[in-house]
Design a protein around this ligand. Structure first.
Ligand code: GDD
Ligand code: MG
Length: 332
């Protein structure tokens, strides 16, 4: 089976990290997010990945110039302009000449979903489209999906106001689609799969939902981008053996529950807790980084305190003694 992976968004909620690096090319414990996604797909028998690209396609092409990612062949489908999720699906599927049942993924989701079970469910219902649902505490950030007893989707409400969700089961961003769905998507314009295509399929009783409470996270916000990595560490919820600290980093300060990239320097008296420090960054003497993200090659000056979901972009020089709480800072 082939999979279209949507990776063309601007990653706005992760700016300034995503100003020049697409979200799916940011590292998750040492390797780009897209490689984790493709690895999961290849374990479940996906033979080709169609990357649906929009923003900064060259970053993907430069990283995988031979057209392979994790040994899986990649087809690059580059939109001339952002087509939104359904427009992107049609464009990518046609560009790769897909004429059979195929998989679609939001490329910023990390999950242990058993894809075969979703595909088997899809074959049983004989619907035009099947989607994976996951329960969450606050559905208002997601596509909320009520169903009947048989799994038939009875509505699709993208990002409803807080407290107005009919259910806490949400669209988890993995879909199985019949090629006939493509013709229902208007061509060459922005079309949202969540706001247009899925509600239309639900109205035709052609959209079914597969509920599965497996590991799942959308990495698209600073909090979840960090959480996805902490979950992968030794002792984390995914039971992995990642140590989190790259062996090429130089650590002379204290590090707790954090992910430290290659060539990072943590000077004496500096403290890093529950944070992600990307490749080449330097944290100088006495600085504290807590619950925050530091971009590639940034320097945090002596005795600075970066806390509470602050996000420092790439190549930023943060002056000595700077205090940031829940703030962003970009390259000037
Ligand atoms: N090619 C292309 N073109 N890709 C796009 C475009 C576009 O115009 N717009 C967004 N994408 C990609 C993003 O890069 C991302 O991988 C995926 O589509 C979903 O976009 P997000 O911006 O991450 O959406 P979201 O997280 O707010 O909501 C979506 O995901 C939730 C689950 O994680 C929706 O599908 C929700 O319904 C869902 O619950
Ligand atoms: Mg997302």
């Amino acid at each position: 089976m082939r999979a279209v992976v949507l990776v063309g968004g601007f990653g706005t909620r992760l700016q300034p990290l995503t100003l020049d690096t697409p979200k799916q090319m940011l590292p998750i414990v040492g390797k780009p997010m897209i490689e984790h996604v493709v690895e999961h797909l290849s374990k479940h028998g996906i033979t080709e990945v169609v990357l649906s690209l929009g923003f900064a396609p060259d970053v993907f092409q430069a990283t995988y110039p031979d057209g392979y990612c994790n040994e899986v062949p990649i087809h690059y489908a580059i939109e001339p302009e952002p087509l939104d999720t359904a427009g992107a699906i049609r464009f990518a599927a046609e560009s790769a000449n897909i004429k059979e049942t195929f998989l679609v993924l939001n490329g910023d989701v990390l999950t242990d979903l058993d894809i075969k079970k979703l595909v088997d469910f899809h074959k049983e219902t004989k619907a035009k489209a099947s989607i994976h649902l996951i329960p969450v505490e606050d559905p208002s950030r997601y596509g909320v999906v009520p169903t009947d007893q048989s799994g038939r989707v009875t509505g699709f409400i993208e990002k409803p106001p807080h407290g107005k969700s009919p259910t806490n089961w949400i669209n988890a961003g993995t879909y199985v689609l019949e090629p006939s769905v493509l013709k229902q998507i208007p061509i060459g314009q922005r079309v949202s799969v969540e706001k247009e295509t899925f509600p239309a399929l639900a109205a035709e009783s052609q959209l079914f939902a597969f509920k599965s409470e497996t590991y799942w996270i959308d990495t698209g916000t600073p909090a979840t981008y960090m959480q996805a990595q902490i979950d992968l560490l030794e002792g984390g919820v995914r039971g992995n053996s990642h140590k989190g600290v790259d062996p090429t980093s130089l650590i002379n300060g204290e590090v707790a529950e954090s992910v430290i990239g290659a060539d990072v320097v943590i000077e004496k008296g500096a403290r890093i807790e529950r944070s992600v420090i990307l490749k080449g960054a330097k944290i100088e003497q006495g600085a504290v980084v807590s619950n925050s993200i530091i971009g590639f090659d940034s320097h945090i000056g002596q005795n600075a305190a970066i806390r509470s979901l602050s996000v420092i972009g790439h190549r930023v020089q943060v002056p000595n003694g700077t205090e940031l709480n829940g703030m962003t800072m970009a390259e000037s």
